[in-house]
Design a protein around this ligand. Structure first.
Ligand SMILES: *Cc1c(COP(=O)(O)O)cnc(C)c1O
Length: 234
């Protein structure tokens, strides 16, 4: 094992232990929570060398990076989700490689994804990205617009909504994002109870290196960890 692999393995184990503690503290089953390694900016070689070191799946922000690493064979038999903003002209590549596209935030992109998916005989699993803190600078559907958005997207065959994801403000203080995570969980439960056609609420993707324990306490079932696994990005 290389030094880099040792470091990644140790960090991943440490993250797992904290996930375990957070799950136990809130009476949750750790088996219900997935560890996604956010591998943006990591080379295909690093991803390939890390994939047996304890993560459940990978996440990429940029479609081009996803394609490059997938073509290299970096992910092996691990799944990879797209977690960054997608443009319609990249939908075809996204659909080819992504297990779940977590960042759907407009009908236009949902339609482009659906068209690309249909062409290759796939129904693309997606999450709706929610701008939970109503930040002007952020992508995502505002909570108040979510019902209307779901009413539209549920008519698009070729995509299947599996849940929600969010990117809250960068967490500077412990506990700072708890209320945003709690609000997203409430939205997730409310939507689930409404039983929209063609909409499932099974995935709640929230929590990053700085705040994943809070996210788990509030009901997350995918945490997306970059720095905590790979170290500081260059
Ligand atoms: C980079 C990134 C992460 C991981 O961030 P870290 O703070 O490095 O853990 C998670 N989600 C998204 C959407 C990201 O872009």
């Amino acid at each position: 094992m290389t030094d880099l692999q040792k470091q990644i393995k140790e960090r991943t184990q440490a993250v797992r232990e904290q996930m375990q503690q957070a799950a136990r503290a809130s009476g949750r089953n750790i088996a219900d929570i997935m560890l996604l390694a956010a591998s943006k900016t990591q080379t295909p070689e690093t991803v390939a060398e890390s994939r047996e070191l304890g993560m459940d799946l990978f996440g990429e922000n940029r479609v081009q990076e996803l394609e490059e690493k997938a073509v290299f064979g970096a992910y092996g038999d691990k799944k990879v989700n797209l977690i960054g903003h997608v443009q319609s002209n990249k939908a075809k590549i996204a659909v080819k490689y992504a297990s779940v596209i977590e960042s759907v935030d407009s009908i236009e992109i949902a339609q482009a994804i659906a068209n690309a998916a249909t062409k290759i005989g796939k129904t693309q699993d997606v999450l709706v990205e929610i701008n939970i803190a109503n930040e002007e600078s952020k992508f995502g559907i505002l909570p108040k617009n979510l019902d209307a958005f779901l009413c539209e997207i549920c008519n698009i065959s070729g995509v299947h909504v599996q849940g929600l994801m969010t990117n809250p403000p960068i967490s500077l203080k412990k506990g700072q994002n708890s209320r945003f995570f709690a609000n997203l969980y409430k939205l997730f439960i409310d939507i689930k109870a409404k039983k929209y056609d063609n909409i499932s609420m099974s995935i709640l993707s929230m929590g990053m290196s700085r705040d994943f324990c809070e996210a788990i306490a509030e009901g997350s079932n995918i945490v997306r960890i970059g720095t905590g696994i790979f170290g500081e990005r260059k």
